[in-house]
Design a protein around this ligand. Structure first.
Ligand code: ABU
Length: 347
């Protein structure tokens, strides 16, 4: 039976991939990385490029190890990528780049139903990232999962808009998107159109998933990277929103009959001066392990209280350097199998 079988963001998790900080490097020259970071300069502090200090790697691995132990206590099958140390830059016909990391499987692989998709990511430095998951992907394919890869984007300079700040930093020249621009809700798939996912990416995804699914482009929600610090689908009929980005005016119309809870201000914390590639809203980047159980950043006590009021128990854990690396508990995981079946939650 296919080891990949997942239909939403909340059913009980049976198998999950958890990323690693080993060999993480903040790339020096990556046009996409630079342009998108520049476009979001009011959101992120500038990052120090180069290999991350060993302390940051070690503390992150320690935090991830605690997280994995909690998952295993719940009898969830955990798989980890094999981080490759890219000692040299790599080249395509058009450009060269340094390899980034394998910390966020959520960005590069998308699991929908029995299919796992290698997505056409926006950063050049992620071009070969799925190599680190090859053994896992092979196992999934052998079990009967459908393993596909989106067309490799060329990521030419003209894809990135660095001249007109009133437009997206990502032009619509070829399908490009990070898997973290997507949220799954049964037959309905939310797709954030932003600097990390363009319209052609949305169209490609709809074509790839076929008529069984409806992919909904979400505009004017958040212009920067990823949807999972903007909206969290907690269980059928209940979503958490980021009040600095979402209001009744731009709430995706599909959610209009759902109960909406508003995230409280995030608690800020700092374990290094290395800068950040995410906003304080990374604190709401939680992972639902079941409709009544979430893994949440342990600093976010007001959020934990709010979830508990909604009948959601929490496992408070920490990723001390999550903001520097740009990933919380949703970002650093890819839930590939959850109990449950394909359903329609909006009719
Ligand atoms: N990787 C998610 C970052 C999004 C945010 O900073 O809000």
């Amino acid at each position: 039976m296919s080891l990949v079988n997942v239909h939403n963001e909340w059913d009980p998790v049976e198998e999950i991939i958890v990323g690693t900080a080993l060999h993480a490097v903040m790339p020096h020259e990556d046009k996409g990385f630079q342009v998108i970071q520049q476009a979001s300069h009011d959101l992120f502090d500038s990052l120090v490029p180069g290999a991350l200090p060993q302390r940051i790697i070690d503390e992150t691995e320690e935090d991830i190890q605690h997280f994995v132990e909690e998952l295993e206590k719940l009898h969830i099958q955990v798989r980890r990528p094999k981080a490759i140390e890219f000692k040299e830059k790599f080249k395509t016909l058009d450009w060269e780049a340094e390899h980034y990391f394998s910390y966020c499987p959520r960005d590069i692989l998308l699991a929908v139903g029995g299919t796992i998709i290698e997505t056409p990511n926006v950063f050049r430095s992620r071009y070969f990232e799925t190599f680190e998951y090859k053994d896992i992907l092979l196992d999934y394919m052998k079990s009967g999962s459908r393993w596909i890869s989106a067309p490799k984007p060329r990521l030419l300079d003209e894809l990135y808009n660095d001249s007109d700040p009133s437009q997206s930093a990502l032009r619509n020249l070829e399908p490009v998107f990070d898997a973290a621009n997507v949220l799954r809700a049964g037959r309905d798939i939310f797709y954030l159109v932003s600097d990390s996912g363009n319209e052609l990416g949305c169209q490609w995804l709809q074509n790839a998933l076929g008529e069984e699914y409806r992919v909904h482009p979400c505009h004017n929600l958040y212009s920067s990277m990823h949807i999972d610090t903007t909206i969290c689908l907690l269980r059928p009929g209940l979503a958490l929103i980021n009040p600095s980005r979402v209001s009744k005016d731009n709430l995706p119309p599909l959610l209009k009959d759902w109960d909406i809870v508003t995230a409280p201000d995030m608690v800020e914390f700092k374990y290094s001066d290395l800068g950040s590639f995410s906003t304080a809203w990374l604190g709401m980047n939680l992972l639902m392990l079941a409709p009544n159980l979430a893994v949440v950043d342990k600093h976010q006590l007001p959020l934990i209280k709010l979830l508990e009021k909604q009948g959601i128990e929490t496992i408070p854990l920490m990723l001390r350097h999550g903001r520097t690396l740009g990933g919380g508990f949703h970002c650093i995981t890819l839930d590939v199998r959850r109990k449950g079946k394909l359903e329609d939650y909006f009719s």
